[in-house]
Design a binder for this molecule. Sequence first.
Ligand code: 13P
Length: 253
Amino acid sequence: MNPKRRPIIAGNWKMNKTTVEACELVRKIAYAVINTKDRDVVVAPPFTAIPGIIDVIRDTNIGLAAQNMHWEDKGAFTGEISAEMLLDLGCKYVIIGHSERRQYFGETDGTVNKKIRQALNKGLLPIVCVGELLSEREAGKANEVIERQVMGAFKGVTAAEMQKIVIAYEPVWAIGTGKTATPDQANEIHAFIRGKVKAAYNADVAEGLRIQYGGSVTPDNVSQLMAKPDIDGALVGGASLKPESFAALVNFK
Ligand code: 13P
């Protein structure tokens, strides 16, 4: 954590929670983080729960994210959701390029780039996920993969736009496995990403960029991760589905 950057803790609920369950969860979270003012708190529920949740989080310090969106304005894209629809529901952020979307739904650096540009054009703040597979790490290719994903994602994105972006480094081998990257492993990649952004843009953009870590983050390991200079937040899956554990994560010391 660097005092110049405001920490951002986000819960990615993935394909979990009906509207009733989601509202109950977010109500408890809102209560638990009511006095948390020095960090950003974000929840990313499934699309279907967003209309219910928006009423619960009105006048709280919780920001709303969607988990995905399409890059076109509108049209014949059955099953897809546009940026305008997300804004209409009150979303502020959108997660783009999560590894589950890349692995199971055919997302590529190219589609991730189109989505980021559309989100920025429409006024949504992208949370852009990158991360290597276990086989890539074992082959010594983690940096190469991350560099390709980062450079591919931000093609055509201006320095001013970069200031609206959050990157989430989520090593695929750490997601849902209980196998967290060590704080040093995570920080090394975060510093690598910041270096690439500095080279592609400038020092101000790189220093202002918030980079979250994601992959088996829990209340037990969040403080050690956040103690590292290039780790500015967490993108949390499993541990964000229970109000006590998400609140404990948000209120890390
Ligand atoms: P887990 O916290 O369940 O490992 O999931 C991380 C993740 O994919 C968040 O986007």
